[in-house]
Design a protein around this ligand. Structure first.
Ligand SMILES: [Zn+2]
Ligand SMILES: [Zn+2]
Length: 325
């Protein structure tokens, strides 16, 4: 991990304008996508992403609510890899299943969690995914410091002997619901620091940060949150952003994602996050509700309008002109 001073040097510069960033050959905006369903085969997530114009995708590689996972067949792995090449959707992010608790004080739960997480890593490697997102877990029955240490030990145990190559595990910040750790960026730093031999990164969830007490609604609040993230883990290590509005209120420690612009964070603040060049290297992924047909397309359109270098109204006017012409 970089020292805070080194991190500041590299990322504390003034914001680049999109034109300037383009001229320097850097991406002016992040790649955008969403969490896509895998019903009917893993490759269907890639096809759905492509059909909605997403550039990146997040999936579960298995049922997220069961301990047992059916091993991947060679054919489905090949299918997935071929479809990925055809669609060009990248990076591919896997979200680990919800039963895993790497910070568990209960030895039985921890053992099961380590085994299940190892399986998640192996599946990610098989599929050629880029990132595996996991929550640090819940330290119920133990203090926070012990929970953080246990999480780090579990990560190391789960990855022992596996050649990760370019594959990276991303620790996601949490809302701090119940006794979940990971709601302070300091927690993520401590876990990373305890695992010097592991390729770890961070996934920033906007809704979790907001309800955990980072008030990203205001320009100053967002700047402070980003500074803290930079000091603790380095913004370059933020490989993915879960881009969600929040149905739960500020500082409520409740984890309830909501449609962009309709929650307590709001469109103006989310737009600021999406347009910040210090995060534009990360994959922006929606985890907004998928209750009605078209929810993904609508939220993706909003996200795309946020990251477009020109105002959405201008884009629409231009598109209208094109179709008429
Ligand atoms: Zn998550
Ligand atoms: Zn998330």
């Amino acid at each position: 991990m970089k020292s805070p001073a080194a991190v500041k040097e590299s990322s504390g510069k003034a914001k680049k304008t999109p034109a300037k960033a383009r001229a320097e050959g850097k991406a002016a905006r992040p790649r955008v996508g969403f969490h896509a369903p895998i019903a009917g085969g893993l490759q269907n997530a890639l096809l759905k992403a492509q059909s909605l114009g997403a550039e990146t995708v997040q999936i579960f590689s298995r049922n997220p609510r069961g301990w047992k996972a059916r091993p991947l067949e060679d054919e489905e792995v090949e299918n997935f890899k071929r479809t990925r090449q055809e669609t060009g959707v990248t990076p591919v992010v896997i979200h680990a299943n919800y039963l895993i608790n790497l910070a568990a004080a209960d030895e039985g739960v921890r053992e099961k969690s380590v085994a299940s997480f190892r399986e998640e890593v192996e599946r990610g490697l098989q599929l050629g995914a880029d990132y595996l997102v996991v929550h640090p877990g819940s330290a119920r029955g133990a203090c926070e410091a012990d929970g953080l240490r246990t999480c780090a030990e579990s990560l190391k145990a789960a990855c022992e002997g596996l050649g990760l190559g370019a594959f990276r595990i991303l620790l996601e910040n949490t809302a701090g619901q119940g006794e979940c750790i990971g709601h302070r960026f300091e927690h993520l730093r401590e876990i990373v620091a305890e695992c010097p031999g592991l390729r770890l990164g961070v996934c920033l969830d906007t809704a979790h940060a907001f309800t955990a007490g980072y008030d990203i609604r205001s320009e100053d609040g967002f700047a402070a949150a980003l500074d803290s993230l930079d000091r603790n883990v380095g913004l370059a290590e933020v490989r993915a952003v879960h881009f969600n509005d929040s149905k739960a209120e500020y500082n409520s420690h409740v984890d309830r994602h909501w449609h962009l612009g309709l929650g307590h964070i709001g469109a103006e603040a989310l737009r600021r996050v999406a347009r910040d060049s210090r995060l534009s290297h990360a994959a922006f992924l929606l985890e907004t509700p998928q209750d009605e047909l078209g929810d993904d397309a609508r939220n993706l359109a909003v996200l795309r309008s946020f990251v477009e270098p020109e105002p959405l109204a201008a884009v629409n006017r231009r598109r209208k002109g094109e179709t008429k012409g």
